[in-house]
Design a protein around this ligand. Structure first.
Ligand SMILES: Cc1cc2nc3c(=O)[nH]c(=O)nc-3n(C[C@H](O)[C@H](O)[C@H](O)COP(=O)(O)OP(=O)(O)OC[C@H]3O[C@@H](n4cnc5c(N)ncnc54)[C@H](O)[C@@H]3O)c2cc1C
Length: 416
């Protein structure tokens, strides 16, 4: 059987290994950390679970199929999660004032109905520019900005409109995006089931392992962050690969190195008192208020298994907020308490908390990444080294899953 080596056992590496093994490849998966899952994982506390990073996948046919084949009974969001808040002096479901709403309706709706094509983002245009052109400044600042920052964890003044909105105009249909899904015990259920299924079907998983590309047989997939992929490629050039693709490898590494990564903190807090004022998915915070919080997830109103002790997850950080990672635990908790008072006007004692600092963890979906993706697409593929991860097809897990399927088909076509 043909052999494939996959480096990096985050969601990208795990799901790709599954699809490759199902296509009959002998797969070896190498992970530098002692555990698999990468950014994904769930802490269990006396008060309930706390997600380390992602709390759910977008519900698509592919994600539902994955849960089904792994035997995980999905947990779907509660009805209460349909309400979403945006902060504008207080959390509100519609953050625009009357005149701003009129401006938005008259600017956006006619374009949407009559000249939809004009909404297509331009190359190398920031999302903020796109928003000003099509939505007006208030809707950009108080709706588009916070919504996108909730997913991409960065201000829209730097985000690429093409990378983020381009897919909406790509003509892909038949995708059934309807809500979210997770495991009843959180994302760790998914990781545990993926790991055990891979072992069952013969995938060799090496944890705490460092590998050199030149020692690996068959095609190799780098399913790490862009930065880690750049270093792996760079060290392989030093160890002198065959000349035929040394050049492409060097160019790929150079492009990957340009990709900026942003840092985040996610903090789950278990409160002594349940807040009942805002019962919804959560609250997004526009940058105009100069707060450090990007968004709040009201976990107890999202999934039914999270309502034992009322808990919220606070996300802070982004490309401009790297210094936050140096704060001590006490300083982070005190910052959240201050901002919780300003945002929700609530003071409540905390039973317990879990802090996750993610240093340079997420790719910044900016104009540099747009250029990097364009440059990577123009390189001659080596058919020996493939790239996978959240800087290529989308930051979210459902997009990563789609790419795992696509890559497994590509590899089968050339090496099966
Ligand atoms: C706070 C937060 C909240 C999020 N919320 C959501 C959400 O609700 N829904 C959603 O869809 N997405 C969410 N995301 C995004 C999503 O979690 C990530 O994009 C996704 O998990 C990335 O998976 P990955 O496999 O590409 O990368 P990673 O998880 O980073 O995995 C890469 C792996 O490669 C390993 N590695 C690196 N270098 C080497 C090497 N040299 N040798 C071997 N192994 C190596 C790493 O140790 C790691 O295990 C969130 C992210 C964060 C940070």
């Amino acid at each position: 059987m043909k052999k494939v080596s996959v480096i990096g056992a985050g969601f990208a590496g795990l799901t790709l290994s599954l699809r490759l093994a199902q296509k009959g490849f002998t797969v070896e998966l190498f992970e530098k950390e002692p555990r698999v899952g990468g950014l994904l994982g769930t802490d269990r506390t006396d008060y309930g679970i706390s997600e380390k990073a992602a709390n759910a996948l977008i519900r698509t046919k592919e994600s539902e199929d994955l849960f089904k084949e792994l035997g995980i009974q999905p947990s779907y969001p509660l009805e209460s999660s349909k309400k979403r808040f945006i902060f504008r002096d207080h959390p509100t479901r519609w953050p625009l004032k009357f005149a701003e709403s009129i401006q938005f309706i008259f600017k956006f709706i006619p374009q949407f109905i009559f000249v939809k094509n004009k909404l297509r983002p331009k190359e190398f245009e920031t999302l903020e520019n796109w928003g000003h052109r099509h939505l007006g400044s208030a809707a950009t600042d108080y709706i588009l900005g916070p919504a996108m920052q909730g997913i991409y964890a960065n201000e829209i003044s730097g985000l690429s409109s093409k990378l983020i909105l381009g897919g909406l105009f790509a003509g892909k249909k038949n995708k059934r995006y309807s809500g979210l899904l997770t495991g009843p015990g959180g994302m760790q259920d998914l990781i545990d089931q993926l790991e055990s299924r891979l072992r069952q079907i013969g995938v060799k998983i090496h944890t705490s392992s460092t590998v050199e590309l030149k020692n690996l047989e068959g095609p190799v997939v780098l399913a790490t962050s862009a930065t880690a992929a750049a270093s792996l490629l760079e060290s392989s050039i030093e160890k002198s690969f065959e000349n035929s693709f040394a050049n492409t490898t060097a160019q790929t590494s150079k492009i990957l190195k340009t990709i900026k990564m942003s840092s985040l903190i996610s903090v789950t807090l278990f409160f002594k008192n349940e807040q009942k004022k805002y019962q919804g998915f959560g609250c997004l915070i526009p940058r105009q208020f100069h707060l450090k919080t990007l968004g709040i997830l009201m976990n107890s109103y999202i999934f039914k298994d999270r309502n034992g002790t009322y808990n919220e997850t606070w996300i802070l950080g982004g490309a401009q907020e790297q210094p936050l990672l140096a704060l001590s635990d006490l300083e982070i908790i005190s910052l959240i308490q201050t901002e919780r008072k300003k945002i929700l006007n609530l003071d409540s004692e905390i039973h317990d908390h879990r802090i996750n600092r993610w240093d340079h963890a997420l790719p910044y979906y900016d104009l540099i990444l747009e250029k990097a993706q364009q440059d990577l697409n123009q390189l001659n593929p080596t058919k020996k080294i493939y790239l996978h991860g959240n800087y290529l097809s989308g930051i979210g897990l459902s997009k990563i899953l789609e790419r795992s399927q696509f890559l497994s088909e590509e590899i089968a076509k050339h090496h099966g």
